[in-house]
Design a protein around this ligand. Structure first.
Ligand SMILES: [Fe+2]
Length: 291
């Protein structure tokens, strides 16, 4: 397995690894170590089929089960695209289109769920001719670059994450009732410490609507400042997709967002899968409120 840096001191391209090797599972530890070190790994222009893609995911952990939403193969991976259930590009006012507009905000996956994402994968199936990159911010490097005083201020702080809150930022509030019931507010540490490497990162996202023990306005201002700090060009890598590209990243040490493309005319379809872990600060008995 050969690993070479791709940009800005973070992210690494993996080559010389046979992704169809029957013993791929035995390389899982090496891949996790590489993720601890580089936060994001790229496998360029693979020709993995669905099963082989899932085997790669399973090499580094237990994959999340996705319900079958009708436009997916279901199971362990989910298609993210601008196609509706009828196979056509979603209309401008399509509810799903307005909902996924939130993916253009800096975020990290599943921080608003009892099981957060440890690692997320994307595989490019169909890519637009222009735009539609996925941009990644390395929040390990950003944390390390913070002034000491800020690091001390953040120590022990807990952010409250909610998809309802972040979607409201893009004007999406009309959740169907059955979905709305399932949307929770989940606490996560503002600074995450990788239990394997001891490295710290900002664990932040547009999903944070409150910080425990802080005035709402002050909390949102602080989160905004941290997102601005962490997304300065020296911490950001934009991946220009080619069909077959597979990326995997540590969700606790990065943020990402989708760059714009001509989504009324061009098709973009990526396939995601995730390794999940419990959101360990979450207490189902406690009440978390976002004002
Ligand atoms: Fe995401």
């Amino acid at each position: 397995m050969h690993i070479s840096l791709i940009a800005n001191g973070f992210g690494a391209a993996v080559s010389d690894l046979d992704l169809r090797d029957n013993a791929l599972e035995s390389r899982g530890d090496a891949l996790v170590q590489a993720l601890d070190q580089h936060q994001l790994l790229a496998f360029r222009e693979t020709d993995l089929d669905q099963q082989e893609y899932e085997r790669l995911g399973q090499a580094i952990g237990t994959l999340e089960d996705f319900p079958d939403f009708g436009n997916t193969i279901g199971g362990k991976s989910l298609a993210l695209s601008n196609l509706g259930l009828d196979g056509k590009i979603m209309a401008k006012d399509d509810m799903m289109r307005r909902n996924i507009a939130g993916d253009a905000l800096w975020h990290t996956d599943h921080t608003y769920m009892p099981n957060r994402a440890r690692y997320s994968f994307l595989k490019a199936e169909v890519v637009p001719s222009h735009g539609g990159e996925t941009q990644y911010a390395n929040t390990c490097l950003a944390y390390e670059a913070l002034p000491e005083g800020m690091k001390q201020r953040l120590e022990g702080l807990v952010g409250l994450h909610s998809l309802k809150y972040s979607r409201s930022l893009v004007g999406f509030t009309d959740w169907p009732e059955e979905q709305s019931m399932g949307l929770l507010t989940i606490p996560q540490p503002l600074v995450f410490e990788n239990p394997r490497s001891g490295r710290k990162s900002l664990y932040i996202a547009s999903h944070i609507g409150e910080i425990v023990g802080m005035e709402t306005a002050a909390a949102r201002k602080l989160v905004g400042e941290l997102i601005d700090f962490a997304t300065q060009p020296q911490f950001v890598y934009a991946h220009k997709w080619r069909p077959g590209d597979v990326l995997v990243w540590d969700d606790r040490a990065t943020m990402h967002r989708r760059a714009p493309y001509d989504d009324m005319h061009e098709l973009r379809r990526l396939r995601t899968m995730r390794v999940i872990e419990p959101s360990d600060l979450y207490d189902p008995e406690a009440e978390y409120v976002i004002h």
